[in-house]
Design a protein around this ligand. Sequence first.
Ligand code: IPD
Ligand code: CA
Ligand code: CA
Ligand code: CA
Length: 272
Amino acid sequence: MEIYEFGQRIIREAGDFIKLRMKEDFKVDAKLNPHDLVTDVDKETETYIYERILERYPDHRIIGEEGHGTDIEDMSGVLWIVDPIDGTLNFVHQLQNFAVSIGVYVDGEPYCGLILDVMGGVLYHARVGSGAFKDDIRLDEMRDTTLDRSLIGMNANWVIKDQIGPAFKKIVEQTRSTRSYGSAALEMAYVATGILSASVFFRLHPWDYSAGMIIIDEAGGRTTNLLGEEIDILKKDSILTGNKAIHKELTDYFTSDAAFIAGHRRVHGEKR
Ligand code: IPD
Ligand code: CA
Ligand code: CA
Ligand code: CA
């Protein structure tokens, strides 16, 4: 079986695992701060996916948010990048609106992306060169839009930050409206389907964005960091993803704001 079909199978199995497991009690812990939560279900689901992959492909490598693959520093071979539950806060508070997200890279090249809306039962997926799909329906090529006629995915938290906040505030003022779904992966799937025209994130990890980037690329969109720089898939970075026209409009916008650039450099370092 090909990796792509295998990935679709295990992500759905992982979704079934979560749906069963969440009927029982689970422990919720804080990680770095009281707003950064992790549950037993996150950890168990990551282990479940990790074991399924290695059972079938013992030589593949896996990076997961909850601790697998922390020693991986290069992209050689087949690399699976796994977020077992993207949207843990939604999982804890709502028991819905969360996803499993898996991006697969072969020798550093994107291969396929998979995002499962667990409670919605919808799988967004793409293999490079074969188009992007919502279940078995092929997604249309993303249509160009302008900021003033778009819905933009954005977390309100960034508006209140000192150096970078004013840039995000201007987006709120200029766009038709913003939305925040609490799962970066789902938000990227919504960009791919055109429900959102673009989405902006100031800090995401590879497991948050790797699958979404591949799906959006296959749907005809573009993803870079907020300054228009290419993403290094093993690093955390800001993310700007959307149709090509709005992507250009927004990178022009962020790169014309000196305070924003300085704030971005302070957090993410110098241009690569
Ligand atoms: C988080 C979600 C959230 C985004 C955070 C991520 P997690 O992932 O994607 O929408 O704003 O930056 O860390 O921790 O729920 O997997
Ligand atoms: Ca987390
Ligand atoms: Ca995540
Ligand atoms: Ca997670």
